[in-house]
Write a protein that binds this ligand. Sequence first.
Ligand code: ADP
Ligand code: MG
Length: 501
Amino acid sequence: MSDEILSFEEAMEKYDPVLGFEVHVELNTATKMFDSAPNEFGDTPNTNITPVSLGLPGVLPVVNGKAVESSIKLGLALGCEIAPVSHFARKNYFYPDTPKNFQTSQYDEPIAANGSIDIELEDGTVFTIDIERAHMEEDAGKLTHMGGSAGRIQGAEFSLVDYNRAGVPLVEIVTRPIVGAGDRAPELARAYVAAIRDIVKALGISDARMERGNVRCDANVSLMPKGSTEFGTRTETKNVNSLRSVERAVRYEIQRHAAVLEAGEKIVQETRMWHEDTRETTAGRPKSDADDYRYFPEPDLVPVVTDSEWIERLRGELPEMPAERNKRLKTEWGFSDEEFRDVINAGALEPIEATVAAGAPASVARKWWMGEIARIAKEREVELTETGATAETVVELNKLVEAKKINDKIARQVLGFVVDGEGKPADIVEKRGLAVVSDDGALSSAVDEALAAMPDVADKIRAGKVQAAGAVVGQVMKATRGQADAARVRELILEKLGVEG
Ligand code: ADP
Ligand code: MG
């Protein structure tokens, strides 16, 4: 049975939301966090395992140095302090996806803490989100529930477990409570997770493919009655793994909390599960702040000790961060705030960057990717980069237009043939005979024919009504299937009628 929910607008009139995000990032190291098993997605189940992955008796884990470096880089990118010494701890719980019966994680001494990140929403509003900590841990295996509906455990007949993911390196990034987002809360949730995804992608430390679970968000939500500053009871919606779902889940939980509170009832502190099919959350397990995981220091792993030389070397290796890159590109390209935001929201930044790098002016790249290519992408319901148009396509089309070989209209047609797989623009123009006709010989007879077909218009022009030439130009363009050089056609018309332009 579905829960009662209040409309989002009504919820916002009465309550202020408080948010908190725990984002798990899977690192793309060659091997796992504590053993030599390959860290590879999609392999045959239970092949990327060692006795350590399975937690067999007597095994000893070893920390993956590369994973530590990736974690430090991420900490630095989030403006965190890097701990001189940090420890691993055992988080004890039983679940079949965790073969050791504990997860090796970090507890009170995380590798990185006290950072912050600025998040820009689609309209340019900026929220600063404080990062409490980023700690290293390992992923669990993957359970697949069979025989039930939509992969849920409820109603399943049996479950399969794949330990390939058990022990994959994770960094968990935990924010401090976020107050003041108001009705922008769902949007902020999405933008925050997108920002983390873009940062780890830029750092090259994760494949950052959300559909594969490389970046997953636990979204904590609570409400305070308007005017109050005391946090309400939170729920934690687990493992949301698409940007759209994060936004929807936060919105839904706000609406559900509001309905519970309006009915005079109490929010149960629990985990929730998001279901994209029904766009609802359902109750998971009760979770108190004092959950007894019996954390204790991991006795089989040495502390992670960092020194400033190491940290500074890693800082020096940090690439330009997405936010800085955006600022730089906006200036280099000379786009307005609004133009640039539209480009980002349309997912056209990378294509435009590649097109500019391939030799087209930024304004031309923007015109194509935000115009005709965007139209094709929308029509075919695919991403811009899945249309078949590339940076080279745009550069070539632009060269043909600049050289006056084709006009804008024909260029759009040629693009259509390119995305239909006919080849490269120049070859298509050649093969289909689409080049603009600008040699006077060919145009002259077309103009003669048009004038002969429109004698009254010709008279008007002769009498000095020069703007009437447009109709004749149109006729010639039609007759030449748009391939005539319109400016030259106009000149020829006036010449033939003995009128000054
Ligand atoms: P847990 O172990 O329960 O997951 P964490 O400390 O790892 O707890 O994460 C809790 C997250 O919830 C943090 O991002 C924190 O800022 C946030 N949070 C804490 N209290 C609230 C609250 N009342 N409402 C919303 N978010 C909260
Ligand atoms: Mg947590």
